[in-house]
Design a protein around this ligand. Structure first.
Ligand code: ATP
Ligand code: MG
Ligand code: MG
Ligand code: MG
Length: 565
């Protein structure tokens, strides 16, 4: 590839709306451009990286015995009604209607569609096990799209679904997938950990998440310091022995508005009638002293409140009490700061006293957990709130826990019969009897991997790609190619040699100053650079620099090919 014929659109300035380094660098290096919130265009350089990741994922899935299919993004509501998820999924499911006013959704995941396929195609236990995968666009109307491709509303996922006649067969394929995932993330050059995960709203019996370790990760993962035990924090908390849970570190009374101890107190302050209007009350604080109280009417989920807060717009939630809330706060909603970092507590009328509940304000770096922004929140009472902190005993009884941040790049589940039962996906067994199939599902965030690789591999100059996903492995930078015949000739010859050897090589033949070219190529993160200039060439030498090297080294023209390969 010659850069003069390519699209290089690097930016000098850091875009102001990009919070994390991967998002900043993907924009600056010209990998992606934003179309709208959570929607991105992949530019040629970025798409090249995405395709490399996709190919590693595909090769390992095929090697693990999975078969590739491609299912529609648009999915009929009837299937989701059959599984029960049309009602359960909540506002993340982007629903649409066709011209006949029939309901559809844009698939956030494909359990229903694949179960529909398999129940029609597979009749006998002899055709099992079967593992089908696709690499395809998913759509989720995320409450808070952010960090670029890390949490977007349209993204590329590899999703696989396995079908079995019994649990033992599922268990075997699950282990094969666990191994395939480890092979994928290892080949991609990522520092990752598989962790035990809770099975959450998808249901089922066993689950692991694969996390890329990075401080910007949105999840906490807990590891034992003396065994292989690793779990996401929700799971570590669920498994922690009850007696050993430390008491929550901040209580409602620590952060509450003075004088407000009960729901009735708050209702009085807000000038509302608790008996008739308060369905759910959410209390959240971002910083000490910034208590926020939101009052909901009806059945609005927590996700909607959060969207509301973030959008900072007038209320489709009928939070008619906004003015009263402002009064209670003495400050506008607009001054909230990073809302996503706060953790809410939900209090219901069944609870007599607010003080019975723990507020998840971020006080002195303490985050209380047990309430989840992402799902419709269950009520969180003090006794349900548990927090695992560093130094707690590991749930496996070996050593103590360390806590690190992770980015969830993969997730595998043993679904059991959740979908096959609801959707009557059966096969005939040896005795001619109908048996419900057992299922597993296995997801990888292909586009999220690209962002997480940058979180792990960058410096102040830009991206440092692991070779397996570098858009180009090598760049040849000729100096003064337009004027020097020797440079032009050497450049063309080397370029041809590397191409013929199958190396993804770039020739930076733009008519730019060397400094501009070097800066661009470092920003874009090309692992190897060869500079060809008249002076060194006259001595039979070229300048080589690995992306992580501090200084270039001179290498003989004749030895350069072997040195880079
Ligand atoms: P998260 O907890 O980050 O919201 P999830 O648990 O909802 O992710 P899964 O349903 O397990 O996601 O989907 C499989 C994989 O798809 C995830 O492990 C993640 O890598 C990726 N993924 C999920 N949501 C997004 C998104 N909004 N943008 C990019 N990748 C995503
Ligand atoms: Mg999610
Ligand atoms: Mg998750
Ligand atoms: Mg998940």
């Amino acid at each position: 590839m010659r850069t003069s014929e390519y699209l290089i659109t690097t930016l000098k300035e850091t875009p102001s709306d990009a919070e994390v380094i991967s998002h900043q660098l993907m924009l600056r290096a010209g990998l992606i451009r934003k179309l709208a919130s959570g929607l991105y265009t992949w530019l040629p350089l970025g798409l090249k990286v995405l395709r490399k990741v996709e190919n590693v994922v595909r090769e390992e899935m095929v090697a693990a015995g999975a078969l590739e299919v491609s299912m529609p993004v648009v999915q009929p509501a009837e299937l989701w009604q059959e599984s029960g998820r049309w009602e359960q999924y909540g506002p993340e499911l982007l629903r649409i209607q066709d011209r006949h006013e029939r309901d559809f959704c844009l698939g956030p995941t494909h359990e229903e569609v694949v179960t529909e396929l398999v129940r029609n195609e597979i009749k006998s236990y002899k055709q099992l096990p079967l593992n089908l995968f696709q690499i395809q666009t998913k759509v989720r109307d995320e409450i808070r799209p952010r960090f670029g491709l890390m949490r977007s509303r349209e993204f590329l996922m590899k999703d696989a679904y396995s079908f079995h006649r019994d649990h033992a067969s599922l268990e075997a394929t699950y282990q094969v997938m666990h191994g395939a995932y480890s092979a994928i993330f290892t080949r991609l050059g990522l520092d990752f950990r598989p962790v035990i995960a809770d099975t959450g709203s998808i249901g089922g019996s066993a689950s692991h998440e694969f996390h890329v370790l990075a401080n910007s990760g949105e999840d906490d993962i807990a590891f034992s310091d003396s065994s292989d035990y690793a779990a996401n924090v929700e799971m570590a908390e669920a498994l922690a022995p009850a007696g050993e849970r430390p008491a929550p570190a901040a209580t409602m009374s620590d952060v509450a508005t003075p004088g407000v101890k009960t729901i009735d107190d708050l209702a009085a302050l807000l000038d509302i009638d608790p008996a008739t209007t308060v369905k759910t009350l959410v209390v959240a604080g971002d910083e000490p002293g910034t208590l926020v109280a939101l009052v909901l009417r009806g059945d609005h989920s927590l996700n909607e409140i959060k969207a509301e807060k973030l959008a900072g717009v007038a209320s489709p939630l009928q939070m008619a009490e906004e003015a009263a809330v402002r009064k209670a706060l003495g400050a506008g909603f607009g001054s909230l700061g990073p809302v996503g970092l706060s953790i809410p507590v939900i209090v219901d009328r069944s609870a007599a006293h607010l003080a019975d509940f723990v507020c998840g304000a971020n006080r002195d770096d303490v985050h209380l957990r047990g309430v989840n922004w992402e799902r419709d929140c269950p009520l969180a009472r003090v006794e349900d709130l548990r927090e695992v902190v560093e130094g707690d005993p590991s749930p496996d009884g070996q050593g103590t826990l360390q806590i690190k941040r992770g980015i969830e790049v993969g997730h595998i589940f043993q679904l059991g019969t959740k979908y096959s039962e609801a959707m009557h996906a059966t096969v005939l067994d040896e005795n001619g009897k109908q048996v419900t199939m057992t299922m597993g599902c296995y997801g990888i965030g292909v586009s999220r991997i690209v962002a997480s690789a940058i979180e792990q591999n960058h410096d102040d100059k830009g991206i440092i790609w692991p070779t397996a996903m570098a858009p180009y492995e090598l760049v040849i930078v000729p100096l003064n190619m337009q004027k020097s015949e020797a440079v032009a000739e050497c450049t063309e010859a080397l370029y041809r040699q590397f191409r013929e050897a199958g190396v993804d090589v770039m020739m930076d033949d733009r008519n730019e100053r060397p400094g501009v070219k070097f800066a661009d190529m470092e920003l874009i993160g090309i692992p190897h650079r060869i500079v060809i200039g008249d002076r060194a060439l006259a001595e039979g030498q070229l300048e080589y620099k690995g992306r992580r090297d501090a200084e270039p080294t001179l290498i003989d023209r004749d030895a350069i090919f072997a040195a880079v390969m």
